[in-house]
Ligand binder design. Sequence first.
Ligand SMILES: [Zn+2]
Length: 213
Amino acid sequence: MAGAAVTDERRELAAAARHFYQRGWMVGTAGNLSARASAGGFWITASGRHKGELTDKDFIRVDMDGQVLESPDLQGRPSAETSIHQAIYRAFPETGAIFHVHSVEANIAAHWGEKGRLRLPALEMIKGLGVWEENPLVDLPVFENLPHVPDISALIAERLEQERPQIPALLINLHGATVWGKDCTAALHHTELLEYIFRYMVTARMAGLGGYA
Ligand SMILES: [Zn+2]
């Protein structure tokens, strides 16, 4: 159909969402994705949309304050977690895309976090997340899952101002990971690598490897 094709960032976001949905990381309407828009601000998934079949109408373009710039579906509202994306784009201007998924493994691994940090095992996969040292000690920042999302965003903004995470990711306790990259491809790779690490951590415990190091 002429004129129906989506040629902007939404196409990559919809493809990534389908990919995550198929892996069980974006079941139902859960999770949200965003990418900086060439037209200004960023595109983010509209609230309550099924992630296996997103179309261009399932995204809303907002500015860095979360104000709606463009809403192809007039009924649409930006994701309830838009303020978390704003905090990350603000802290790291080089970020082009942010993906937030809800995997079972991330929520199990969160139980092993202490004092707002989760130590990750020194797997080869860490290199793909930008850490090239031998046997690196990498801590993922962990945030409380407060009932009011802007309160979580405020904690994230405050902490990101003080420290840059060693890898482009953070975890919200018993909720899910938020992962970013310079573009959709990088954010997708980072999400897959981090989720691999969570799977390893859970499987290692089940195999009796204790501290899984
Ligand atoms: Zn969420």
